[in-house]
Design a protein around this ligand. Sequence first.
Ligand SMILES: NCCCCCc1nc2ccccc2[nH]1
Length: 293
Amino acid sequence: IMPGWFSEISPMWPGEAHSLKVEKFLFEGKSDYQDVVVFESATYGRVLVLDGVIQLTQRDECAYQEMITHLPLCSIPNPKKVLVVGGGDGGVLREIARHKSVEQIDICEIDKLVVDVAKEFFPDVAVGFEDPRVNLHIGDGVAFLKAVPEGTYDAIIVDSSDPVGPAQALFERPFYKTLDRALRPGGVICTQAESLWLHMPIIKDIVGACRHTFKGSINYAWTSVPTYPSGVIGFMLCSTAGPAVNFRKPCNPIDQAVDPNHYSKRPLKFYNSAMHEAAFSLPQFAREELEHL
Ligand SMILES: NCCCCCc1nc2ccccc2[nH]1
């Protein structure tokens, strides 16, 4: 990357690109799975890029990490065992660790380079790996989930990149069946579910696959992340058959769920119960397309 500007150009969002002014180029590497780049931007702090796609920036990662974690964990009364698929930056681990009811946090990330780069360049994000409840597995999330006993987890968070590249299988129907099997009755999943402005066909596929697989509640939520394409990103929240889950009303409110001594120096920056409820309000074009599938 030459000092100047980085533009996120991709066939996944044709005809548009988000650009960030580059102050300093910090790292470039290639794993067995993807290109990894880190640069210091002029106004968003450090930026992590995988195969040319922005994955996180220091300035706005709080929005994505807090929402993808607390939307599911505040929707069930007493999360104990949680699995993260992807999320090798450690940010979701940092957020899960706030919950005092959680006893076990498993994470399965396919690319070790992402973990190593996060620890070196994003210590405030990778701090999540330091929690003693965390068990890191480097490998394919699909194989990992097939190997776990059924009914193992209260919650599974699929913090994936986009469906082009290593994460492609995490957006396909068989994977949702594997997720459902690994959850206990009334257990929940929350997956990265793209942009309402850019990916309605993909989202309709995801909602269709989830409606086919999960026999509890199915809800699409979304939030603002300035450095993701179109400035928003969505989440698919599903629960299995069993005790009812109402995602729209957090039954486990964050101020009672968190351990105040945990990360007291780093309070929540984005998530609160009002943002939780607001996340499920959809624009008319999306409500029509998604809520009657
Ligand atoms: N185009 C939107 C991309 C959203 C990416 C979300 C995300 N950011 C990540 C960072 C490290 C590992 C997995 C990740 N998944």
